[in-house]
Design a protein around this ligand. Structure first.
Ligand code: 1CP
Length: 322
């Protein structure tokens, strides 16, 4: 999950010198440095590329801005004319600095530390593209998907294609594994989940597997609950991220028999630290560490997180393993 970011003073330092968040994402030297900061400080087993899921819409030509305190703002794409105006043929020109960041990080990491590349899953990226900003209800994309599945499907198809190409380039540049973030999978009803979350993910995974059979693909259908089992079985992913709400015993029985499980400490337990953090971390380790498992947060790290708590958690996990 997000490792870098605003809780680290060394990140805030570099962020303060950059013109803006997008400029930082597109500056290979600075983005590589920010990717490496948590590895240097805490010695994790894997680094996650510093970038954002909204770089793809930006590369497709959709106007994107990150406003201070407000988050991302995009010029909404709400019909087929707007989809047709997107430019999938030029994405790699705009995304070239991201590939350079991957190359730099892969070259700088110790041999036993993996680099995880990533992209947003088509549904989650589409919610931002259609709504135009972060929301809690996702009225516009959900209604478009229900009223005009053919038209909305063209946007999803375009994202499925370009996401496959984007992740392929990250792998060619040196990413050892890739993750698909479907952060808003949880707002979809059962049938919509099958169509807009599972189907595009299966298509991306299938194509990546044909090109790079040895590269693990992790999926994170946040909020999917019991549907996570169907997601894991139907998409062909190697690992599944679970959010904080998924009971670990359930994940052991329903997921870990067939895929690796990644998760799921409450990011606020990491802010609280002490007993709250240790108790929850031990419960996760006791349940999940006997099968294929990646310790992770259940969602992104928050700016209020004291870095000392991350260090204490990292020690706890290391000592558990020993
Ligand atoms: O000024 C800043 O520093 C902006 C904060 C920030 C950061 C640090 C944003 C804006 N993005 C990121 C980096 C980021 N985003 C990473 C890199 C890894 C790392 O930081 O170590 C990754 C993997 C993401 C992924 C991402 N971006 C997701 C999926 C994961 C999740 O958290 O659910 C999503 C939904 C986004 C969108 C996004 N990026 C940023 C904002 C404010 C938002 C909108 C969030 C919302 O809808 O409320």
């Amino acid at each position: 999950m997000r490792q870098a970011g605003r809780y680290l003073p060394e990140y805030r330092d570099i962020r303060g010198k950059a013109q803006g968040f997008l400029e930082l994402c597109y500056s290979p030297e600075a983005a590589a440095e920010v990717t490496l900061q948590p590895i240097r400080r805490f010695g994790m087993d894997a680094a996650i590329l510093f970038a954002d899921i909204l770089l793809l819409p930006d590369a497709l030509g959709q106007k994107l801005e990150y406003r201070e305190g407000e988050g991302p703002v995009l010029e909404p794409v709400r019909d087929e004319t707007a989809v047709a105006a997107l430019r999938p043929q030029v994405i790699h020109e705009r995304l070239a600095p991201v590939y350079e960041t991957v190359e730099r990080v892969a070259g700088a990491l110790p041999d036993d530390v993996a680099l995880i590349g990533f992209a947003g899953a088509p549904w989650t990226v589409a919610t931002y593209m259609v709504e135009g900003h972060a929301t809690k209800e996702f009225m516009e994309p959900r209604l478009w998907a229900l009223r005009d599945p053919g038209g909305f499907g063209r946007l999803i198809d375009l994202l499925t294609e370009t996401t496959t190409e984007y992740l392929s380039r990250q792998i060619e540049a040196g990413a050892h594994a890739v993750q698909l973030f479907d952060s808003w999978a949880g707002v979809l009803s059962d049938s919509q989940f099958a169509r807009w979350c599972i189907a595009p993910t299966r298509s991306i995974v299938g194509r990546l597997k044909r090109r790079f059979p040895e590269v693990p693909v992790i999926g994170f259908p946040r909020g999917a609950g019991v549907k996570t089992a169907e997601y894991a079985a139907a998409t062909g992913i190697d690992g599944v991220g679970i959010d904080t709400s998924v009971p670990v015993w359930w994940a052991t029985e329903e997921l870990q028999q067939s895929v690796a499980v990644q998760g799921n400490l409450d990011p606020l337990a990491l802010v609280a630290g002490g007993q709250a953090m240790e108790g929850q971390a031990r419960e996760i380790l006791e349940c999940l560490s006997y099968g294929p498992f990646v310790f992770n947060l259940g969602h992104g790290i928050v700016p209020q997180t004291p870095p000392e708590h991350v260090a204490a958690l990292s020690d706890l996990i290391r000592n558990w393993r020993a």
